[in-house]
Design a protein around this ligand. Structure first.
Ligand code: NAG
Ligand code: NAG
Length: 212
């Protein structure tokens, strides 16, 4: 699983699923809504509602976008009508009235079961000649699997040279993840690995040993 897929350590709670089928013609429609958030205070809550017809995603409402978006000719025309009507105003309130209002009470039940990762930094390959050094940041025995591992150089997030991220089930409900950073060190620079996980309100930051 790539780092990009883990832009945030999201908890996803599915709020509602509506299924409908027409028995004569076997049409099938479905709608699901997700409430996606990272923090216990729900401040980054996003609600996404997807509308499917015969398994195709035809319309989506994403509370960050704030309007319906159509993906097929029919979806585009329905989305336009919904965006013009009162359904848009009502749907915009759902991120509070459905997501925040319900999850504020359910979140603790899920959060209680979270297990904080043990984070370890290790040197995979020392720098040699023009070859960069490779550091590995590993997080072990955490639950749930959603996690974000990033690298900091002097406190600034690194976006390139992160060469691999893997996530694996340990087979015992716990997960582990490994991220590698290839870097040419600068004198006095501080390299750190930052782990964000639902089990910990604070970011877990491990600094690589000070350079001599
Ligand atoms: C919701 O929209 C925002 C802004 O475009 C985007 O960053 C985010 O990935 C979307 N969420 C989902 C689940 O599609
Ligand atoms: C929605 O509103 C826009 C702008 O007011 C208008 O151009 C468009 O025709 C309307 N569409 C529908 C389906 O009502």
């Amino acid at each position: 699983m790539s780092l990009l897929k883990h832009l945030s350590c999201h908890l996803i709670l599915t709020q509602a699923i509506f299924l409908g089928a027409d028995s004569d013609n076997d049409y099938y429609s479905a709608r699901w809504s997700k409430c996606i958030y990272s923090f216990p205070d729900l401040r980054d809550m996003v609600m996404v509602s997807n509308f499917y017809f015969n398994k195709y995603l035809i319309i989506q409402f994403n509370s960050t976008v704030g309007r319906f978006v159509g993906f097929t000719e029919y979806g585009v025309s329905v989305a336009e009508q919904w965006n013009n009507g009162s359904i848009l105003q009502v749907t915009r309130t759902y991120v509070d009235s459905e997501c925040r209002a319900n999850i504020i009470t359910r979140d603790p039940a899920v959060r209680d079961k979270a297990v904080k990762p043990k984070v370890k930094l290790s040197l995979v390959k020392p720098a040699g000649g023009s070859h960069p050094a490779v550091l590995m940041c590993s997080a072990y025995e955490f639950y749930p699997p959603h996690i974000k591992v990033s690298w900091l150089r002097d406190g600034k997030q690194v976006t390139s040279d992160v060469t691999s991220v893997m996530e694996m089930a340990d087979g015992d409900w716990y997960y582990q993840i490994h991220s590698e950073l290839a870097y040419i060190s600068k004198p006095g620079e501080k390299i750190s690995c930052m782990v964000e996980h639902v089990s910990s309100a604070q970011r877990i930051i491990k600094d690589w040993g000070k350079r001599r």
